[in-house]
Design a protein around this ligand. Structure first.
Ligand code: BTN
Length: 259
């Protein structure tokens, strides 16, 4: 593939990230695991682990996340100080907002959106996944690891994901530089982290969520719920009105259909 100038590498990243504490790997199991280990070893706030390839990338609900070398980027940032655990869903929202804002500087704004709670989409297909994990030491909430994986030029044609996944370069004007992409997302993560408690964060998230207003089927811990997604609340829960007119508050779940 003619993208020889896009190896993220330590030097390029160090430059793009302007001295932020960084650990770069050509190949690793999962950047979320590496960031967690680093956080336990004292990584400062804002420290980031970046990898060109993941061999056991993880998604929500114990799913696998694919990061093939040279075609995608995986990174995980350590966020401190720890917050109220009830705010963890807001960190997921924060990641989504930071990514959508960045994607919209590459692809047309109207094509970029988010499926609740944390799938970033272009043209209705998933381009990025986000996994926020709390780090507990004994009973103390120490930090949050925010992991982000973006498909940059993964070719999904002929794969089972062809209809549901996409890559940023399929929608961008030209080649995407992954080091710069990571730097842009992290800049926005920093900006929003300072405003985590601000209602502006949920308002921005609401603006990207294509799920709102849709008729949805959601797999929740209690079974499948059907109804219309009305809104999200300040904690990040999805408010769904079922066909009988009753409102349900879903804090975690999987939207099975709706798009
Ligand atoms: C999902 O869509 O279910 C979330 C996918 C999250 C993938 C990212 S890639 C960087 C970080 N490391 C991981 O193992 N997972 C996250």
């Amino acid at each position: 593939m003619p993208h020889h100038d896009d190896q993220p590498g330590s030097e390029r990243l160090t430059q793009a990230l302007g001295g932020r504490p960084l650990r770069y790997y050509d190949r690793i199991g999962s950047t979320n695991d590496a960031a967690r280990d680093w956080a336990l070893g004292g990584a400062p706030a804002g420290a980031v682990v970046v990898a060109d390839e993941q061999t056991s990338g993880r998604g929500r609900l114990a799913r696998q996340w694919l990061t093939p070398p040279g075609q995608a980027i995986a990174f995980s940032v350590v966020l401190r100080p720890a917050l109220d655990p009830a705010r963890l869903q807001r960190v997921t929202a924060l990641g989504g907002v930071a990514v959508c804002e960045t994607l919209s500087s590459y692809a047309p704004r109207e094509k970029v959106g988010m499926k609740w709670p944390n799938d970033c989409l272009i043209d209705g297909r998933k381009v990025c996944g986000i996994l926020a994990e709390a780090l507990w030491v004994a009973s103390r909430f120490e930090a949050v690891v925010l992991g982000i994986g973006i498909n940059v030029r993964v070719d999904f044609r002929g794969t089972p994901l062809a209809d549901t996944a996409t890559s940023l370069e399929d929608h961008a004007m030209g080649a995407v530089n992954r080091a710069e992409l990571v730097a842009q997302v992290l800049q926005r993560v920093d900006d929003w982290w300072d405003k985590l408690a601000d209602p502006a964060l949920v308002a921005a998230w609401r603006g990207w969520l294509v799920t709102l207003g849709q008729q949805v089927r959601i797999q929740t811990g209690q079974g499948v719920l059907e109804g219309r997604a009305r809104d999200v609340d300040e904690a990040g829960a999805l408010l769904v009105i079922d066909d009988g007119g009753r409102e349900h508050r879903v804090l975690a779940g999987d939207v099975l259909s709706g798009l």
